[in-house]
Design a protein around this ligand. Structure first.
Ligand SMILES: [Zn+2]
Length: 428
């Protein structure tokens, strides 16, 4: 027992490594600091059973509050924080009119640093403790992102965007230099404490073959880095990719041709897929970052949950801010429920509340290759957690008090919840 060990008593939500929700009405979470400076879960379970062996540990009691794993956002753009809610006629005009002008400003280190600070404040206010993040094509944006994450001790992944064609001046990079910069950034930031580098081609249409090939070579040379991009979001984009890469079987197939599908490769959206695409995702260990508020906002389409389950394609949830409309995991989970229900373009189904929650915590961690590291509050995992106040508003208090089961409680929080629910965020 060291002085750095702490115990927290509250209602306690955890997940088994397989994704089963575990709930204690009166729970205890014990965390301790390891030699590497990271705080991990030492013990967790019913308060009455565990308290005897932790009687000497300083105890914080949060009556009526719920301790739950910190949320993971599988796909978000920190430089797009200021363009959330920008009106546009779909994806491609939205990129041209809002996204690229906003991203141009990240060549300026002071601007990048200021936005990074605001971005992390906003993630933490909403209970998001890990995110896989796009920066911009400017290395300054990556240094700003990781510098701020390191200062806060957060588990974060990000990378410089690669886009050497079909992009305006100010964000377009140069093929050779972009790959040299990426490798330098990998060496500077990857596996520094809790940070991880993501090799980040924006999407196939904005990279030349040479840039995609170089990205694939880096992904092979640094096999525990992440790969992060977009695919099959919107039908115009799918058509464009088909014209640019006529030899590929499908848009997704372009990436596998360049060595950009493997464990820790994450593609946002994955909407306009067939079963061969889903099988390719499964066989390569690649994961989909489902971004429902963004897909509804831009009218891109509906992720097919039944198709993903049938084939066994890994997936988890993402905000995709600024295409997405909220940093709140509660808004994202509710939008995922709407997307699941939609039954005109694909089979509709009702996603269980505990599954929605899993897809934004432990399931997202699994899809990111971070199983056993974060997302479940299992013993030995990093102690990133949120403390939720289920009576944060009068309606939430009334509705959560009526819940007869864990599923009803979680669904009330998903439907009514936002940042007001998040009372504390504790990071490892
Ligand atoms: Zn995106």
């Amino acid at each position: 027992m060291t002085a750095s060990t702490k115990a927290y008593r509250a209602r306690l939500l955890r997940f088994s490594p397989e994704g089963e929700a575990l709930f204690e009405e009166d729970g205890l979470l014990v965390v301790g600091l390891d030699a590497d400076g990271v705080q991990r879960v030492r013990d967790a379970g019913p308060y009455r059973e565990l308290i005897a062996r932790h009687a000497q540990v300083p105890l914080t009691y949060w009556p009526d509050r719920i301790i739950a794993p910190g949320f993971l956002d599988m796909h978000v753009h920190f430089p797009q924080t200021d363009i959330i809610g920008a009106p546009a006629e779909g994806l491609l005009p939205w990129l041209e009119n809002y996204t690229f002008p906003a991203e141009t400003r990240f060549a300026d280190a002071a601007h990048a640093g200021e936005v990074a600070g605001f971005f992390f404040d906003e993630l933490q206010r909403n209970g998001v403790t890990t995110a896989l993040t796009f920066c911009t094509s400017h290395p300054t944006s990556v240094d700003a992102f990781f510098g701020e994450a390191q200062r806060r001790g957060l588990r974060m992944m990000g990378g410089k965007v690669l886009q050497d064609r079909h992009s305006p001046d100010g964000v377009r990079d140069e093929t050779e230099q972009s790959l040299v910069d990426t490798e330098a950034l990998i060496r500077r930031w990857h596996n520094k404490g809790r940070l991880g580098y993501a090799i980040t081609p924006r999407f196939a249409p904005t990279s030349t073959d040479a840039q995609l090939r170089g990205a694939g070579e880096l992904a092979a040379r640094y096999p525990d880095t992440w790969i992060h991009s977009h695919v099959a979001e919107n039908k115009d984009e799918v058509q464009w990719a088909r014209e640019l890469f006529p030899k590929a079987r499908s848009y997704l197939d372009v990436y596998t041709g360049f060595g950009l599908m493997r464990e820790r490769a994450v593609y946002a959206h994955c909407i306009h897929f067939d079963d061969a695409d889903r099988a390719l995702m499964r066989e390569t260990g690649t994961a989909a970052a489902v971004s429902p508020t963004s897909n509804l906002f831009l009218g891109s389409g509906f992720f097919d949950y039944q198709g993903a389950d049938r084939i066994g394609m890994r997936h988890g949830l993402a905000s995709d801010v600024g295409g997405g409309t909220s940093f709140s995991p509660f808004h994202t989970m509710l939008a995922a429920y709407y997307v699941g229900r939609e039954g005109q373009t694909k089979p509709g189904l009702s996603l269980a509340p505990s599954r929605l929650w899993w897809n934004h915590t432990g399931g997202a961690a699994q899809a990111l290759g971070l199983q056993g590291v974060v997302g479940t509050l299992q013993v030995g995992t990093e102690a990133d957690f949120v403390v939720l106040h289920p009576a944060a508003t009068p309606l939430m208090a009334r509705k959560t008090a009526l819940a007869d089961s864990l599923e009803e409680l979680l669904f009330a929080l998903i439907v009514l919840g936002d940042d007001r629910l998040v009372e504390h965020v504790v990071t490892a």
